[in-house]
Design a protein around this ligand. Structure first.
Ligand code: HEC
Ligand SMILES: [Cu+2]
Length: 370
């Protein structure tokens, strides 16, 4: 009977182990893909093994002493106080162990914080509840939202729809970076504190309103890496994931080109730049909307409120409503449109618009309402 009771858990454990092993299951943190996250990974396991060794040495000594000096074999307690040799040893040994752990940990933290000499910078702005990526050198700028359908999230009426593989870890527009390049992130926030956290890249950095914090990574393996906002930033905190796709530099360049074609058109910078030969003929045509650009921005973003006069917005063409506003001067109107005024959010709520596109939209609205 007893042997059967003892054997049951062993059989269960063996069964569990074999199924787990065949499913290639192991307990670990996600595989690191940057030099810094690899250092973190090694520290994680290295220090864990130090702890395990200390555990066995301390408890081993304790249990051995308890057993060896038990009352039933007639042990007598030694009656001494203070032993300088022992005290020196048990001060020095932990000190050496701590230094041995602190030295590599500090080196890694310093390395994590050293974003100097980066190949490219991306400004990351957090919002409730989305991320904005603004590539400083490549001129690409976009918002990245959760892509998991609402029907999978809401379970008010029972089960909800079947979940995607990357449920709550998928976005409509991932951040794309080139493999092997040092990418510096300039992280800030527009509202509350958020956290840009992608474990495999070894980055977990707060985005704090009014501050710009930096972080960096160099991905050495092409792939898709996922993360989440790491701060409890509000009710949709769990719904602002981060997806970073690392591509070979040539594929990255193609992505930049494709993204640029999709971005809201900027007003042509200078007539000279517009006239400069740009290679393909169709590219010149695409880059030359010039003045018409204010109207297209108006049509796609501002019209939502200014087309109907919703929420007290001055209606396009309503001369009486616009006259006192126009008197403030173009500079003030530009400023209000960029920073928001009353019920109007900054940039009409679309932070992906460039400042120039917003100003052009204001000019268009003013000239159509005079
Ligand atoms: C969500 C609705 C909404 C959207 C979208 C919107 N606006 Fe407004 N806008 C308003 C409201 C409301 C006001 C009036 C604010 C006030 O006077 O308090 C306003 C006022 C303005 C003013 C006058 C500011 C002043 O000083 O009196 C300008 C200029 C303006 N909007 C430009 C824009 C532009 C450009 C866009 C598109 C990029 C845009 N708005 C999109 C709601 C909106
Ligand atoms: Cu957040």
């Amino acid at each position: 009977m007893l042997s059967r009771i003892l054997r049951a858990p062993a059989a269960l454990a063996a069964l569990a182990f074999s199924t787990l092993a065949s499913a290639d299951y192991h307990v670990d943190i996600l595989p690191p893909v940057t030099p810094v996250s690899r250092e973190m990974y090694d520290l994680h396991w290295g220090i864990l093994w130090v702890c395990v060794a200390i555990f066995f040495i301390v408890f081993g000594a304790m249990f051995w002493s308890i057993f060896k000096h038990r009352k039933s074999v007639g042990a007598k307690a030694a009656q001494f106080h203070e032993n300088t040799t022992i005290e020196v040893i048990w001060t020095i040994v932990p000190f050496v162990i701590l230094i041995g752990m602190a030295y590599p940990a500090t080196r890694t933290v310093l390395n994590m914080k050293d974003a100097s000499g980066a190949d490219m910078s991306v400004k990351v702005t957090a919002y409730q509840w989305k991320w904005e990526y603004d590539y400083q050198q490549d001129g690409v700028r976009f918002l990245s939202h959760l892509a998991t359908p609402r029907a999978q999230i809401e379970e008010y009426h029972g089960q909800g729809a079947a979940k995607n593989d990357n449920y709550l870890l998928e976005v409509d527009q991932p951040m794309v970076v080139p493999v092997g390049k040092k990418v510096r992130l300039l992280i800030t926030s527009n509202d509350v504190i958020h956290g840009w956290y992608v474990p495999q890249l070894g980055v977990n950095q707060y985005g704090i309103p009014g501050f710009v914090k930096d972080a960096w990574f160099t991905v050495d393996k092409a792939g898709t890496y996922r993360g989440q906002c790491s701060q409890i930033c509000g009710k949709e905190h769990g719904f602002m994931p981060i997806v970073v796709i690392a591509k070979e530099p040539a594929e990255y360049a193609a992505w930049v080109k494709e993204m640029k074609a999709k971005m809201p058109a900027e007003p042509a910078p200078t007539p000279a730049a517009e006239a400069a030969p740009q290679g393909g003929g169709e590219k010149v045509a695409a880059a030359a909307p010039g003045k018409a650009d204010g109207k297209s921005t108006y049509d796609t973003v501002c019209m939502a409120c200014h087309g109907t006069g919703a929420a007290g917005a001055p209606k396009l063409g309503d001369k009486a409503a616009w006259a006192p506003r126009i008197k403030q001067g173009a500079g003030v109107l530009h400023d209000h449109a960029l920073k928001g005024k009353g019920a109007m959010p900054p940039k009409g709520g679309n932070m992906a618009l460039s400042d120039d596109a917003v100003k052009a939209a204001v000019d268009y609205m003013v000239s159509a309402s005079k």
